[in-house]
Design a protein around this ligand. Structure first.
Ligand SMILES: NC(=O)c1ccc[n+]([C@@H]2O[C@H](COP(=O)([O-])OP(=O)(O)OC[C@H]3O[C@@H](n4cnc5c(N)ncnc54)[C@H](O)[C@@H]3O)[C@@H](O)[C@H]2O)c1
Length: 438
């Protein structure tokens, strides 16, 4: 394939070298003449393992060219990869000066081109940038419409400095955000041979995914480091602890707990987080990330409260009260907190939870009700039908098949259903569905 690459920093230069190695003809474009001179003399513009040898060898093939001429680079290639920098502005926002400038230049070049051109943005871009900012710039500069004269795609780059050639050849996955099958097919031709999954998605999801991955990596590093600070204060070996943490691939290093939903609660997570923070406080160890978790969890509950109040409905039916499906444990259940709040706001409330029968509750569980929501008994109904019938908005916090099937039988048209659990199959569920944050 004939490919132009705009921006020859870490991402652009490594892509240029690897694509040329794989047999493609590449034209590298950069505003920095020094980088162009280095590449044209077979040298690497970035310090990366293996790049000195790779640049020298691809230069000898004659498949690498450099230029400052955007118009010629677009004219002579089918596809452009855009890898210019997107640094932080002083206020933390993304500085898009370079990417917007290159979009305009690409648009002007596309104006003169007969065949449709594919523009693949590989710089990290805040969600919405490609479709709301860059595509309109290209459309106005080219006088052509996306999908007709050109296609835009977003393909996040996952290489890491220091191991970029290895990462290029073995990424975690290839993600292509695009609006046209033809553009996806072209990228599959380029990257489909890599030993990883290939996923086509919306452009916005691909943009968001890149931030999610980087934020998750940052969160993992900080988790290990906060754990180490607390371990040091307690005289525990943090490497041993973190190694063991990673050996649990059932609950720790797995998909478990990584699905959006309602707040956590129950008799363990909140109290153990509080105890951790107290330990840290006693030893003057600062753990701001762990310390922020309960606050964030609380905001998830506030979100649900705000959505019920914003609906304007006064008769609320809560489906579920225990802290998770399949248990009768009410201690620190976020649904109990939600119920308390709604009652406090003067809303009328009825509750159905098939696992919670007051007469059967014992010990700590019963005490919890007596101290936290003593009037809960009066609000609970044994039949879901009555709760549905007497409510204008239902808050679904339970995910068991029998309850969801009953909901499908009883919910009426126009009734609001606030979904805290992402009901797996809504076929046949009448009413107006509202997701918690989806
Ligand atoms: N460095 C990484 O490990 C990495 C990994 C994944 C994603 N990314 C993302 O990829 C993008 C590029 O990162 P990088 O580290 O390669 O950046 P970099 O700063 O090393 O290189 C950017 C290059 O773009 C050039 N440039 C600027 N304006 C230009 C223009 N108008 N025309 C042509 N070239 C222009 C600059 O001269 C520079 O050579 C960023 O959005 C970054 O967030 C970086």
């Amino acid at each position: 394939m004939n490919i132009s690459i705009f921006g020859l920093g870490y991402v652009g230069a490594v892509s240029l070298a690897c694509l040329a190695r794989d047999g493609h003809r590449v034209i590298g474009v950069d505003v920095d003449q020094a980088k162009l001179d280095l590449i044209s003399s077979g040298k690497t513009p970035v310090v990366e393992e293996g790049m000195v040898e790779l640049m020298a060898s691809v230069a000898r093939t004659g498949r690498v060219a450099v230029s400052r001429d955007v118009r010629a680079a677009v004219r002579d290639t089918e596809l452009s990869l855009v890898c210019v920098g997107t640094p932080s502005a002083p206020n933390g926002s993304q500085d898009q000066t370079a990417i917007q400038r290159i979009a305009r230049e690409l648009g002007e070049a596309i104006r003169d081109k007969r065949e449709p051109h594919v523009v693949v943005f590989r710089s990290t871009l805040v969600p919405g940038t490609v479709e709301d900012v860059l595509q309109p710039i290209i459309e106005s500069a080219s006088g052509k419409k996306e999908g007709a004269g050109f296609h835009v795609c977003f393909q996040p780059e996952f290489l890491r400095e220091g191991s970029s050639i290895r990462d290029y050849d073995k990424p975690p996955f290839t993600i292509v955000g695009a609006n046209a099958d033809a553009a996806v097919a072209l990228l599959k031709q380029l990257f489909g041979h890599l030993p990883c999954e290939f996923h086509a998605t919306s452009i916005r999801a691909a943009e968001m995914l890149k931030y999610c991955c980087n934020n998750f990596h940052a969160l993992k590093i900080t988790f290990a480091n906060e754990t180490a600070r607390l371990c040091e204060a307690l005289g525990v070996d943090p490497f041993q602890v973190m190694d063991l943490v990673c050996r649990d691939t059932q609950l720790n290093i797995s998909r478990a707990y990584l699905k959006p939903g309602f707040a956590f609660g129950g008799s363990c997570l909140p109290k153990d987080l509080r105890a951790t923070m107290y330990l840290a406080k006693m030893r003057d160890v600062e753990l701001p990330m762990l310390g922020g978790i309960l606050q964030s969890n609380r905001i998830q509950i506030d979100y649900a409260i705000a959505k019920v109040l914003a609906s304007g409905k006064r008769r609320v039916g809560m489906i579920g009260l225990a802290f998770k499906t399949g248990t009768d444990d009410l201690r620190e259940s976020p649904l109990v907190l939600l119920a308390e709040h709604l009652i406090g706001k003067g809303l009328s409330l009825l509750v159905y939870d098939p696992e919670v029968h007051l007469s059967n509750l014992l010990g700590a569980n019963r005490r919890f009700i007596e101290t936290h929501v003593p009037h809960i008994g009066a609000l609970m109904r044994r039949e879901i039908e009555e709760v549905v019938r007497e409510s204008d908005i239902l808050v679904v916090g339970l995910n068991d098949p029998a309850t969801l099937a009953a909901l499908k039988r009883h919910v009426r048209d126009g009734q609001l259903v606030l979904d805290l659990v992402k009901i797996p199959d809504r076929t046949g569920l009448r009413g107006e569905h509202i997701g918690l944050c989806w």
